[in-house]
Design a protein around this ligand. Sequence first.
Ligand code: BEZ
Length: 218
Amino acid sequence: MAIRLGDIAPDFTQESTEGKINLYNYLGDSWGILFSHPKDFTPVCTTELGEVAKLKPEFDKRNVKVIGLSVDATESHQEWVEDINETQNTTINYPIVADSDRKVASLYDMVHPYEDDTATVRSVFVIKPDRTVALTITYPASTGRNFEEILRVIDSLQLTANYSVATPVNWKNGDDVVIAPALQDEDDLKKRFPNGYTAIRPYLRITQQPNLNIESVN
Ligand code: BEZ
């Protein structure tokens, strides 16, 4: 079954590069990102896993726990991690699930048989602290993901989870946002957006990002 936005992220316990891992225990009260890799010792995955290790402080800042997955065994992962560290000039600093029985891949519908009937596609799941799935992305094996874009979406998700705003086209942290159409009460709007807003149309109201002076939106 495909995972849809708003579904509860399926829990699992599986081997990983950091020993047996249970998803819910690992996430605790944090946000999470689970991302899959077709198989070990492949070039695109090697670059992605290295990049995510370098971006770990950015995920930490946003209270997001990172967990990778590939459908090979722990021993293979351990050898591959040495290669990743050496070639990408980094140190892998998050667990990589060893999903050799494809238990997690199957729970999260990560194997798309018309693409490849054994390896996973490049799936991304962002999981909120209430365990619901807030974002899914699916890339083919041959295209590396843009993790700056994933961070940007997490910024948007965390902003919209905390304020009644949405983020317009190409938005990035610090840019103006749009007010949710459901907010109509003028007194309420004044309280929520003390710097005011510009109504270009009744349904298109622009305001300053509400948490601009706050270190973390979460
Ligand atoms: C890679 O990670 O480089 C890759 C994996 C499977 C197919 C193509 C590329």
